[in-house]
Ligand binder design. Structure first.
Ligand code: C2E
Ligand code: CA
Ligand code: CA
Length: 459
């Protein structure tokens, strides 16, 4: 039956073709297209397989690798140059690896190596060596250099998740030690990891327990010296550790995805406390901070307007402080949020101005009414002639644009006098008052800010 066997062999050929295609698709799905290395997804499953295979007592070392100055390189030579560098580095790392080692690009300038090498120190040194080799990019010689963090199964960690977490902690230590070095997870980092775990659990409980509370710092009118507004600053009243400032928990809350819950809790409590102050004419405005993470949520402004509507605070009395980093991350989304808020009468302030790129273009094209000059600029005002000139010209430009400037971190009279004479309308800082709890803020406002008595009717 020649016909049947013909179609049978056709079928077999087709099956083989399909299988090859499937394999190809699978390989592509597991490959990082820039470097040809294994990608993050395939790396994670590869790591788990190796740990499973090592249950008999062998050890597996995970090295996580991060370039030290990649962002700088990318910014100065351009993204294409950055890509070329990563591709070449991927090739060198692969050429240097033993056949049984797994090497992956996890994303950005982050790589990982899984190895059964007995001598972890030697292997790490070799990685550093490859990372530090020179490359020619567009005729320029660059030597990116990198840092390496190591954790070993089963000595340091008993599963893949911990192994990655611990290697990352070691990497972080290597980087903060100045880079171009490697570091292995150890007792010191284990203690830190346990402290962190506890603090994480405590933070999760702190929000529903009402331990996160709003504190307030007044914002002063430069001409009259009167407190015209307050900025809301979160504090964590920790049951054992006492009062914690945002630096001790906001970054962690952002990582854990808890920042939104914190911002909402602070916002609600702050609105409830300050609405009467506004109603009585003690202050005009209340400024709240929002995390850049919140702002990445396309529903952020709509939800905020909804929540604001359930409080007694008028929209025109609210200022939302956002940082410039966010503006630049997604200009289109920023614009949508800012316009939606402005349409409701909510004031939007650009926080920490002068620390980042200070994007004047964005300022001109967005309905931003207020800019907060960062403390780092104010520090040198009146002391460093160049900084003073810069601040004076920023104030001048702001006036021309119809933008109000609030100077932050005013700590002494010299700064206050300089800023006032340069035309800065608003100031905030320890020179006037430190952040304080609601009751104290209210008492101070009642004492110093009672609204002007109405003109007495002439008798
Ligand atoms: P920020 O928005 O720039 O807030 C101003 C910070 O400067 C506050 O620190 C304030 O206490 C401090 N400060 C004010 N005047 C002076 C001064 O004269 N000298 C000095 N050295 N410092 C001064 P704080 O309260 O520790 O807050 C730090 C940062 O945490 C804030 O910076 C803000 O970015 C963030 N943050 C605070 N509350 C919240 C919140 O509810 N949600 C979010 N997402 N972030 C918050
Ligand atoms: Ca702020
Ligand atoms: Ca600020």
């Amino acid at each position: 039956m020649p016909q049947l066997s013909n179609s049978l062999s056709e079928l077999a050929a087709r099956v083989a073709e399909l299988e090859a295609e499937r394999e190809m698709t699978l390989r592509l799905a597991q490959t990082d297209s820039l470097t040809g290395l294994v990608n993050r997804g395939a790396f994670t499953s590869g790591l788990c397989e190796r740990l499973e295979a090592a249950r008999d007592g062998a050890s597996v070392a995970l090295f996580v690798i991060d370039l030290d100055r990649f962002k700088h390189l990318n910014d100065s030579l351009g993204h294409h140059a950055g890509d070329l560098l990563l591709a070449e580095l991927g090739r060198r790392l692969r050429d240097d690896a033993a056949p049984d080692e797994l090497i992956a690009r996890l994303g950005g300038d982050e790589f990982a190596l899984v190895s059964s090498a007995a001598d972890v120190a030697r292997r790490a040194e070799r990685l550093l060596n490859v990372l530090g080799q020179q490359q020619q990019i567009y005729g320029r010689t660059v030597a990116p250099g990198g840092s390496v963090g190591v954790a070993v199964f089963p000595q340091d960690a008993q599963d893949a998740a911990d192994l990655q977490r611990f290697a990352d902690m070691a990497l972080y230590r290597a980087k903060s030690g100045g880079g171009r070095r490697w570091s292995r997870f150890d007792a010191e980092l284990r203690e830190e990891s346990e402290r962190r775990r506890t603090l994480e659990d405590e933070l999760r409980r702190a929000i529903p327990a009402g331990e996160i509370e709003p504190w307030f710092q007044p914002i002063i009118d430069s001409m009259t010296g009167r407190m015209v507004g307050v900025e809301v600053l979160a504090r964590w009243r920790h049951p054992e550790k006492g009062l914690l400032a945002p630096a001790a928990f906001v970054p962690m809350a952002e990582e854990l995805g808890l920042i939104r819950a914190i911002d909402e809790a602070v916002f609600e409590a702050a609105c409830a406390r300050t609405a009467p102050w506004v109603a009585e004419g003690l202050i005009e405005s209340v400024s709240c901070n929002v995390s850049p993470r919140d702002l990445m949520d396309p529903g952020f402004s709509r939800k905020l307007i909804g929540r604001l509507g359930r409080t007694a605070l008028p929209a025109t009395a609210l200022t939302v402080e956002i940082t410039e980093t966010f503006l630049l991350q997604d200009l289109a989304l920023s614009r949508r949020h800012i316009e939606r808020l402005a349409a409701r009468g909510v004031n939007v302030a650009l926080d920490d101005f002068g620390t980042g790129y200070s994007n004047l273009r964005a300022l001109m094209h967005l309905p931003i009414q207020t800019v907060k000059l960062d403390r780092s600029l104010i520090d040198d005002v009146g002391r460093d002639a160049r900084v003073s000139k810069l601040v004076a010209s920023l104030l001048h430009a702001a006036r021309a644009l119809g933008v109000r400037i609030v100077a932050e971190g005013v700590e002494d009279e010299g700064q206050a006098l300089f800023l006032r004479s340069a035309g800065c309308e608003r100031m905030q800082g320890y020179f006037f008052a430190r952040p304080m709890p609601a009751d104290q803020m209210e008492a101070l406002l009642r004492e110093e800010n009672a609204p002007e008595p109405r003109l007495a009717v002439a008798s």
